[in-house]
Design a protein around this ligand. Sequence first.
Ligand code: ADP
Length: 349
Amino acid sequence: MSEIELRNVGKSYGNVPVLSDISLEMGDGEFVVLVGPSGCGKSTLLRMIAGLEDISAGEIRIGGKVVNDMRAKERDIAMVFQSYALYPHMKVAENMSFSLKLAGAPKPEIRARVENAAQILGLEKLLDRYPRELSGGQRQRVAMGRAIVRDPRAFLFDEPLSNLDAKLRVKMRSEIKKLHQRLGKTTVYVTHDQTEAMTMADKIVVLNGGKIEQFGPPLELYNDPANVFVAGFIGTPEINLLHVETHGGHGITSDGISLPLPKAMPQGSQITYGIRPQHIRLGNQGVDAVVTLVEPTGEDQEIVVKVGAQDIHIIVQGGPLVSVGARVKLEIDANKVLLFDRASGARVR
Ligand code: ADP
């Protein structure tokens, strides 16, 4: 049985639809990441699961029970917000124990649960401090501590790392992941950052304009995207996308350049041709190109070349540095090429 299940869920504000026909099944203990561009409806969907927003259509089930009309605090799930939402006049220990106190839990039990959560999160020495006396990362940990003490059946995270600097974000990412492995609770996590989604998720939901584009494990979305939107959203640097028309087993760009196809295609098809920067090599034969930018990133170089009028990004591992202006030949791994119908964006398999 799925732990959290959405069936044809929709949401409108007045006459404006912001989510439509969302159906998803999240398994018990799964870490599911909702990802998509700003305004696509991620937070709204999370808040509907939490019970902080009404549902305009469809059904949400948690642990098999329909919760459409159940209030947030009856749903037995805990939410961690981007803003942390800590009480500024309460010390860390009080912030963490507040919900248990409200629920009338006995004092010794409250103390034991707070100590346990503090130990898991490394907050033991900070219990007597006020939120203003903590760093951003420590505040984030207290917000998580407050969720853990309640021992809920699921955790919801709304862009919890957005207010942290890049280095701390990477550290907290792995802390949240470890916490999930330790507690094994179903988790729904919202981010606009595809790298965060790729590194943390068991399964990713890609949302766009209030609709699900694809739902699956990270590598499935990367290797086997359902459409051009998912291909473009998942993966860094972004996949190269070119318009081609098919002729005699090749894709021909508007500049008349011939690119290898992964399979035979009907003559004259209008195709969006996708090739990831990692799947092109500089070789002795192949597509003619001119180097316009070289960025060494340590082990790798990110190179931009012009093929006709089009910029193509390439990741080259190791090797001698090429210089700007050099004429090179691109070997495209045809088996890795992804084709999309130009009009609909749907994958052509
Ligand atoms: P995301 O989290 O993906 O950035 P949101 O879920 O916050 O997106 O918002 C989805 C859409 O719903 C946006 O177009 C936003 O403007 C709209 N929206 C969100 N909250 C409200 C509201 N209370 N009233 C009207 N429109 C809203």
